[in-house]
Design a protein around this ligand. Sequence first.
Ligand code: LLP
Length: 472
Amino acid sequence: MYSHEAGFLHAQGRAPAWLEVPQDVNALLQPIWPGSAHKPPADSILRVGGLTVQEIAAQVGTPAYVLDEADFRGRAKAFADAFAEAFSPLEGAHVHYAAKALITVGIARWLAEDGLSVDVCSGGELEVVMRGGIPPQRITFHGSNKSDAELIQAMEVGVDLIAIDSLAEIARVAQVADEGDFRPNVMLRCSIGIEAHTHEFIATSHEDQKFGLSAADGSVEEGVRRVSSHPRLNLRGLHTHIGSQIFDARAFRQAVQRMADLTVSLEREHRVCFPELGLGGGFGVAYTTGHDPLEPAEIAARMAEHVEHEFKAERLAVPHVTVEPGRAIAGPAGITLYTVGTVKPVSLDGGFTRLYVSVDGGMSDNIRTALYGADYSATLASRRSSAPPRLARVVGKHCESGDIVVKDEYLPADIAAGDILAVPVTGAYCHSMSSNYNSVPRPPVVSVQDGLLTVLLRRETMTDLLARDLYA
Ligand code: LLP
C-alpha cells in the first residue's frame, strides 16, 4: 500500500504499460463501452441508448451518470440464464444482484420484472428494493454490523435470508427473533483464508479483515453449534465472498474447495445439513483494455463444475447455489458524462509535460481512483478531433490533488473547455459511493434506451444540500 493516494501517481511520469497510443483518438474501444454506445465516423459524437451526449446533457446537464438500460438488463439476464443453465443438472443456482453496486427504485423495478433476487446490506438498501417491488422472498440481508433496527426491519418484512457475520451477531439475531416471534432463515458468512488478487481494501476473505466468521479459528463451527441450538433460527447454509474485481478463476475454485471441506467436517460433527451455498460476487470487469474478464456463461460453467466435483468428491449432497454479482451487472452498463473546464499543461521533471484536463465532477462522483488507484478510460464525446493524441490526466473540481478521475488517457491534444468527456464503466460503486465533498451536489442517474431518457435519480439541488442544515 502507498501512504498517500496520490503518491504513486506523482512518481510516474509516462503512460502505464497497458495504455497504447491510439491509432484513432476518436475511436471507441468497444469492449469497455455499453452495448448501445457508438460513434458514427462522420461526426464521432458519442451516442448511447439512441441519444447523443449533447441531447443527454441538454436534458439533465453534466456531470451525469448514464445507464444503458438494455445493457444493464442484458447483463443481469445473462448471469441469471447462465447460472440457471449451468446448475440445472445439479440443485440449481440463483443470481442475487448486489444492490450496493448501484440501486434506485427504478433499477429495483427492472430487477423485479426480470426475476432476479437481490442482496442488500443496510436498512436503506432494503427500503429501496422493497419500493421497487422486489418480493421479500427474493431478498438476502447482509452486513458486518447490522443494527437492531435493521434486524427488526429485515424480519418484519420477511426477507428470505439473513447472512450472519459474527458470533456476536447470532445472539442479537436470536434476541430480535425471540422478541418479535420471528423465525428467520440464516446463513453464516465464512472467512476462508483466500487471498484473491485484488486491491487490499476490496479483498474480503483473507484472515486479517472484518468480515465473516473465521473457519480457521473455529468460529464457523461454534456459529453452527449456536445457531443450531436456537429453536427460532433456521440454518440454511454457509456463505463466502472472497473479494471484488477478481479475474483469477482459481480463486473461485479454491473457494468452492474450502467450502466443501468445511461443509464435510461440519455436517459430520454436528449432524447438520446445508441445503444452500452462497458463493458471493466479485467477478471482475474490464475498466480498460488492460483487463480481460470472463463471460457469465464461462463463470457459471466453471462454478458448476467445481461445485459438482468438490461436493461429490466429499460424498456430500450438492447444495443449491447463490451468487451475488454487483459490479459485473452495473459497472459496464454505466458511463459518466462531464464537461471539460480548465485544461492545464504542467511541466514535470525530465522535460515531460502532463496535460491536466479538469472536469465538472471528480472524486465526489467517482472516488474509486483516489481510493483504490483504479484505472479508467475516457473519450472526447461531443465532437471529432483531428488533433494528435496527447497523454492526459482527467481531474475533478475538488480541493485535493488526489482528485483524479482518469490517471492516464490519450485524448486529442486540442481538448478544450466546453467539450463533453465520457468515462465508461462507472455504473458500479460510483454513484453508490458518491459524496457531497466540497458541498458539490450529486449528479443525476439517468437511463437511456431507444432514444428515450428516463431520470432515475434527479440531480441534487442547493435545497437538498441545505435540507439537513437546521440553521439554513
Ligand atoms: N456479495 C457480498 C457479500 C459483498 O460483500 C459484495 C461486495 C458483493 C456480493 C458484490 O461484489 P461485486 O460483484 O460487485 O464485486 N467499493 C468497491 C467494491 C466493494 C465490494 C464490497 N462487497 C469498489 O468500488 O471496487
